[in-house]
Design a protein around this ligand. Structure first.
Ligand code: PMV
Length: 327
């Protein structure tokens, strides 16, 4: 049997930043994201008669180290089904080449979705989000489309730390413009960055506290489809997250001077009456959140202001799905 699944990537509006359990990927705070239609991963899985799992990404056979990560992930599905078969994983990332955008979110969500079908486990998307979480935290949210909450949970075993859908993609009134500031691979991974922040930044406790209240406000804003409120909370969450890294030891930042130039412009345009807000993750790229109807106009403004800055627009995307099953 050969199963192909697709999952879209997501960008957090209320960020996940810091693990209370590094092994189980349990976060200190709940987060909330928007799944996007522009970037996705397609993953095909099949059983093979070999001693080890095989992992190909964009047609290239992956290193032992990368394959080991995937094998650890697959092992949980083997344990659940009691089938000890090895698996071939072929993944294709549909992220514009060298865009410097994280694809782990869509990758683990697509893989979890495909393995569920291959091992015939009939797990729900909530349950699959628990497994995806253990590949990469942000992938927890990519099982669902539109606005999605990753509830941090309180149990030690992580069984209540999963994603739930908040609003379907067609109901979400916003889109995003990705500004590709720097396409190089980041020097400090999100994993290393958040661990260092949790362990050394005196600002971290303030982050955890305010993320909880921001999330409550964000859910109210989404229920009212209040775009300015959604946007303000989004920008504040991103800036607070990036502030924690400056307090870490040694201090670090993912943002570059050009990131700040774009953020300042977004704030300026807002003062001129445009509805636009900035958010940034573990890298220098700035994403601009705006009403769907204003995407083209704002993209044009970016082009006029920063002629050399590459941008990609995205609308809300759907949840993970099975594309095909070949028997
Ligand atoms: O799950 P990771 O390792 O991709 O970490 C994601 C961290 C942020 O992108 C900065 C925030 C988030 O919630 O996606």
């Amino acid at each position: 049997m050969k199963v192909t699944a697709r999952a879209h990537t997501n960008i957090a509006l209320i960020k996940y930043w810091g693990k209370r359990d590094k092994k189980l990927f349990l976060p200190y705070n709940s987060s909330l994201s928007l799944t996007l239609d522009a970037f996705y991963t397609d993953t095909t899985v099949s059983f093979i008669d070999q001693k080890e799992d095989v992992f190909l990404l964009n047609g290239e056979l992956q290193s032992k180290e990368e394959t080991q990560k995937i094998s650890t992930f697959i092992q949980r599905f083997r344990d659940l089904s009691s089938l000890e078969k090895k698996v071939k994983v072929e993944s294709w990332n549909h992220v514009p080449t060298a865009a410097g955008l994280a694809s782990s979110a869509s990758a683990y969500a697509a893989l979890a979705m495909a393995l569920n079908e291959l091992f015939q486990l009939s797990l729900s998307k909530e349950e699959l989000s628990i497994y995806a979480r253990q590949g990469s935290g942000s992938s927890t949210r990519s099982l669902f489309g539109g606005f999605v909450e990753w509830q941090k949970g309180t149990k030690q075993d992580g069984t209540d730390s999963y994603a739930v859908p908040i609003l379907a993609p067609e109901e979400c009134p916003v889109g995003m413009i990705f500004c590709l500031i720097n396409q190089e691979k980041k020097k400090i991974s999100s994993r290393e960055g958040m661990n260092r922040t949790v362990e050394t930044s005196p600002f971290y406790s303030g982050w955890v506290e305010s993320a909880a209240t921001d999330l409550v406000q964000m859910k109210k804003a989404i229920a009212k489809k209040d775009i300015p409120m959604i946007g303000e909370l989004t920008e504040k969450s991103a800036l607070k997250m990036h502030a924690t890294t400056l307090g870490a030891n040694p201090p670090f930042t993912y943002l570059e001077p050009f990131s700040w130039e774009v953020i300042r412009k977004v704030q300026e345009w807002r003062q001129e009456g445009h509805t636009c807000y900035a958010t940034m993750d573990a890298g220098p790229n700035v994403k601009i959140l705006c009403p769907k109807e204003e995407i083209s106009l704002l993209q044009q403004k970016i082009k006029e202001t920063f002629p050399n800055l590459e941008t990609i627009c995205s609308l809300p995307g759907s949840g993970a799905q099975i594309l095909s099953i070949e028997k």
